[in-house]
Each structure stands twice: as structure tokens, then as C-alpha cells.
Write a protein that binds this ligand. Structure first.
Ligand SMILES: [Zn+2]
Length: 282
């Protein structure tokens, strides 16, 4: 994710309810070490710690619900897919990327993918667990993205979903002794509201990715784009277009995103490595 701004009142309300629903759960956290993806040509093979209290099915159900809500809110504000040509373009790029996810996860091409454009000036895009994508018009218009740069953005966001980075972050929260009200309901302790939609929104829009997760998403994104026939170096130009951080208070995402120069260097290195995949598609 490029920024962590939340897109509107519904989401803010969710956030407040999320914070209010924080609860402590003891003795329920035997995390399993799992591999969410194959390693791909980029060689991502970090094993991830996942709490049994946060299942993929539950997260995906929550994401489906949250996505419906976000779209409904956008539609009510006439901010959903307002430019038909722009929406078609974004969906065309996504349709080239999605089959490439099979390299990392055999199940992913069969996910119920959805791709929509939200009208907002923010430079942002995200992919919720299970493949629910949003691209903000500000990113497309203010940065004048090429198709390859758009593929880089979406490839990065899709990679977070493939690696289940949101579930990993939620698992870590449980591991630190902080659990969400929803877990009580899942495990039958108490009757806290089972608000999986809220959890999915938090994971997508608020809980920051770790630097490790960002590096993984960068590298997998570069491979997805190359395999889809987009020049993987567009990830570098995209990041250059984002420009240096603004003066003043650093945005929240800066605290967790890799330093800019490190990121550019890593993207260049992996784009170079992925060139044979790209050239094979040309
Ligand atoms: Zn990211």
C-alpha cells in the first residue's frame, strides 16, 4: 500500500469499533509455520507464522463483506468506476496479471477477483485478502501511470494478498497478547460481535505491512508483471514518480516501508533478473 489514509466515514466508523473491540486472549496462540506461496523465480521462501485463531476462510469472508461496503459507500458518493474507459483499462491489466498468480499459488487464479476504481485524489491502491482490488483515481491521474506502471502497482498489491500478509499481521497481534473481539466469537469465548469485515478492513487499510512484507510484495509484483508481459522496470519508474517524501511530518507508511534508495535498488535488481520472463512474453 502506498499510503495508509482511510477512504471515508464508513471505514473510520469501522476503525473506531475495531479499537473498541480489542480484547486480551490468553493461552490460545499456538501459531503454525506455513508457506502461503511457492517461491517463484524471485525466490521468496520465508515461512510465516499464522495463528489458528485467524483462518484464511474467515479473513476472506470478512474481506468480501468489507469490499461490498466500500463499494457501496463509493457508489453513494458517485465515486465508483466513474470513468468507464479508465475502469476498463485497469481491469484489462488485472486480467493479464491474475493468471500469473498460479506461479505462486495454484488456487489463486480461481479466487473471486474483483477490480474497481475509486474516485479519490489519494495515491493509493490495495488488494484485500482473496483478491478484492481497488485502484484510486488519484494514482492513475496524478502520476499519469503507464500500463506497465499500473501492472507494477497491482502486482505489488496482489502479492500482499497471495502471501496473506494481512492474516500474518493479525496473527502477530494475537501473538503479542492482543486479540480482536472477533476471536472470542470464533473460538466460542464470550459473545463478542463477529465482525470479520472490520478485521479485513483493518488489515488492508490500517495495520502497516512490515518492511519484510513490503520487500516480498515488491519482488513478487515484479515477477507477476514480467510474466504478464509488462516491463518489470516500470516498478522503478513508478516509485520514482512517487517522488521524495514531502517535507514536514513523514507519512505513517514511511516508518515501515523500506528506505527509498534501498527499495529502488532492490526493484532494479529484481527487474533485471525478471527480464527473461518478460522477453519470453513479447
Ligand atoms: Zn505494500
Amino acid at each position: 500500500m502506498w499510503t495508509k489514509k482511510l477512504p471515508g466515514e464508513a471505514v473510520l466508523a469501522w476503525r473506531r469499533r475495531f479499537v473498541a473491540s480489542l480484547a486480551v486472549v490468553f493461552g490460545l496462540n499456538a501459531c503454525a509455520m506455513v508457506e502461503t506461496t511457492e517461491s517463484g523465480a524471485v525466490g521468496i521462501d520465508r515461512r510465516q507464522s499464522m495463528s489458528p485463531l485467524v483462518s484464511e476462510e474467515q479473513i476472506n469472508r470478512g474481506a468480501d463483506e468489507a469490499y461490498v461496503q466500500v463499494l457501496a459507500e463509493a457508489k453513494a458518493k458517485n465515486a465508483l468506476n466513474r470513468d468507464a474507459a479508465q475502469t476498463a483499462r485497469v481491469r484489462t491489466v488485472a486480467q493479464r496479471l491474475i493468471p500469473q498468480t498460479a506461479t505462486f499459488r495454484a488456487d489463486a487464479p480461481r479466487w473471486e477477483w474483483e477490480v474497481n476504481v475509486l474516485t479519490t485524489p489519494e495515491l493509493n491502491a490495495w488488494c484485500m485478502p482473496g483478491g478484492k482490488i481497488a485502484v484510486y483515481s488519484g494514482l492513475l491521474e496524478r502520476l499519469q501511470l503507464t500500463d506497465a506502471e499500473l501492472a507494477a502497482v497491482m502486482g505489488h498489491e496482489i502479492a500482499h494478498a497471495l502471501r496473506e500478509h494481512g492474516r500474518e499481521r493479525a496473527s502477530r497481534a494475537v501473538g503479542q497478547g492482543v486479540a480482536l473481539g472477533v476471536f472470542g466469537a470464533i473460538t466460542g469465548i464470550g459473545d463478542a460481535g463477529l465482525d470479520l469485515a472490520q478485521l479485513a478492513l483493518e488489515m488492508t487499510l490500517a495495520l502497516p505491512n512490515s518492511r519484510t512484507q513490503e520487500v516480498e510484495a515488491d519482488r513478487i509484483g515484479v515477477e507477476l508483471a514480467a510474466r504478464a508481459g509488462y516491463d518489470p522496470h516500470a516498478a522503478v519508474t513508478l516509485w520514482e514518480k512517487m517522488g521524495p517524501p514531502a517535507q514536514g511530518t513523514p507519512p505513517k507508511w514511511l516508518s515501515t516501508h523500506p528506505p527509498r534508495e534501498d527499495r529502488l535498488r532492490d526493484l532494479r535488481e529484481y527487474a533485471d533478473k525478471m527480464m527473461p520472463l518478460y522477453q519470453a512474453r513479447r
